[in-house]
Design a protein around this ligand. Sequence first.
Ligand SMILES: Nc1ncnc2c1ncn2[C@@H]1O[C@H](COP(=O)(O)OP(=O)(O)OP(=O)(O)O)[C@@H](O)[C@H]1O
Length: 340
Amino acid sequence: MSFRTDERKELVESESGDDVIVLEGLEKEFAVRRKTAFLRYEKRAVRAVDGISFRVRRGEMVGYIGPNGAGKSTTIKMLTGILTPTGGRLRVAGLDPARQRLALTRRIGVVFGQRTTLWWDLPLIDSYRLMRHLYDVPLARYRETLDRCVEQLELADLLHVPVRQLSLGQRMRGDIGAALLHSPEVLYLDEPTIGLDVFSKARVREFLRALNAEQGTTVLLTTHDLTDIEQVCTRVMVIDHGRLVHDGDLAGLHALGESERMLVLDLERELPAVSVPGARTVRVEGPRQWLAFPAGASAAPLVARIAADYPLADLSVREPDIESVIARMYARGRSAAVTS
Ligand SMILES: Nc1ncnc2c1ncn2[C@@H]1O[C@H](COP(=O)(O)OP(=O)(O)OP(=O)(O)O)[C@@H](O)[C@H]1O
């Protein structure tokens, strides 16, 4: 899709100064070659992003989720200027990412959970010094930002350790620090908690909340962990097959898919299935029981009730996975279409 000049002018004029990310009918098509027989190839177009429109206001913390291959990374690559859209319109901090990539790099920070931007053999602090030069950050501002990151990300003991010797959680904190040294307005995080233990995940989430509250940084987060969304984001967008299928809050998404969370109880001894209003026992295995309850409901009253009536040793709450939430959302859409 492309826009005529008058349409583009209209869009620019309707743009609010508060919108830091603007997508209008964004598209990305890849031309792929597939071998069909010996020395025979077929050309095919893959529409990774198929007409997505949304706006993110300055200071928002937004989750961008979807199943594997949905088009999340392709969107992020267009937002950072790595890929050029094949249609639609895109603005980040008022800039066209593909055409003004250099100017944009000073305004955005990017963290990839699966890759590091740090120099593998250098101590963390050396990577930071190099980044300061790359981004041309004034010394006083660099020191101030570094001090804040060191304190809040607990990096003091890690600064002089070569990156290859850091644990995954430590490396991730180091990467987040690196992405923030030039004080970006927008921070993209691609699976920042992947592979981390529960404590490291909690630390990263807490840091992002503090960053947003103190600096007003806009955060766009892609993840497969719905707890990231629950604890960090106020809004969640779901993409599937290159299209936006939900834009709202997490409770709304759960309500749409009638999804369920799971309470895993460890009782002090084996007992018959726990019976409590608002939840249903779906599995009993020795002293462990699994209770499903609506994902939009709070677990607190359920836990209080169970703790009062049963000998509870331990418990945990499991979020539904994104794939099942989306599958239920579609199943519901289909049955609504059949009954309406
Ligand atoms: N460079 C490319 N050339 C051809 N096809 C591509 C390319 N990059 C992505 N695709 C295709 O575009 C679609 C979307 O891929 P994308 O990586 O954006 O999905 P994703 O939502 O980030 O998935 P994941 O959660 O697995 O990372 C997929 O079908 C993928 O195979």
